[in-house]
Design a protein around this ligand. Structure first.
Ligand SMILES: CC(C)(COP(=O)(O)OP(=O)(O)OC[C@H]1O[C@@H](n2cnc3c(N)ncnc32)[C@H](O)[C@@H]1OP(=O)(O)O)[C@@H](O)C(=O)NCCC(=O)NCCS
Length: 153
């Protein structure tokens, strides 16, 4: 007889089977979301990986990243809208910093919209520092991006 264990929150590397759910969350989260094909092609690259926070078969949150030499670049990151403001973003970023350290990264870089206060609050909590501005970085509304960096100690 097999025992059915209750699902639990897990941080895991996302394989191809998660891509449909990941693309759905992208759609719900960004004005110019990554397509399913783009995501599939990206995570095949040997320097790329997607990290997810899962609950059974449900994808709660994810980050798609590139590890280039000892720099981890976060390309896109989101929490499913139904699960926001419950600490899942923080759980994911915490897991991402651990994964970055395990892979030998010395620093993490990302861009965040100037007007995206929830995300800035999240990154502030993890001691990301402002290092510059990319003017009119986002094509949909020409919003500036803040470039943030976090050293891995
Ligand atoms: C930004 C995002 C990832 C935050 O995820 P989340 O699960 O809601 O975040 P958490 O519940 O873990 O909260 C983390 C911190 O952010 C703050 N925060 C989250 N949502 C907030 C909101 N709407 N307004 C103000 N602060 C907010 C929390 O207060 C918390 O800070 P604290 O610990 O100092 O109180 C989520 O809102 C999201 O997916 N947004 C759309 C996609 C996006 O903007 N991605 C980031 C691109 S750079």
């Amino acid at each position: 007889m097999s025992v059915q264990l209750a699902p639990e929150l897990r941080i895991e590397i996302l394989s191809d089977r998660w891509v449909t759910q990941l693309a759905e969350i992208e759609q719900l989260s960004f004005p110019t979301p990554w397509s399913e094909k783009l995501i599939r092609d990206e995570i095949k690259k040997d320097y790329a990986f997607a990290l997810g926070l899962t609950f059974g078969d449900q994808l709660i949150a994810y980050a798609i990243n590139n590890l280039i030499t000892d720099e981890l670049h976060v390309l896109t990151l989101a929490v499913h809208p139904a699960f926001r403001e419950q600490g899942h973003g923080a759980h994911l970023v915490d897991g991402l910093l651990t994964e970055a350290r395990n892979r030998g990264a010395r620093s993490v870089f990302l861009e965040v919209r100037k007007g995206n206060l929830p995300a800035q609050k999240l990154y502030e909590r993890f001691e990301f520092c402002f290092i510059g501005i990319r003017k009119e970085y986002y094509s949909d509304n020409r919003e500036d991006a803040f470039v943030l960096k976090r050293l891995i100690r």
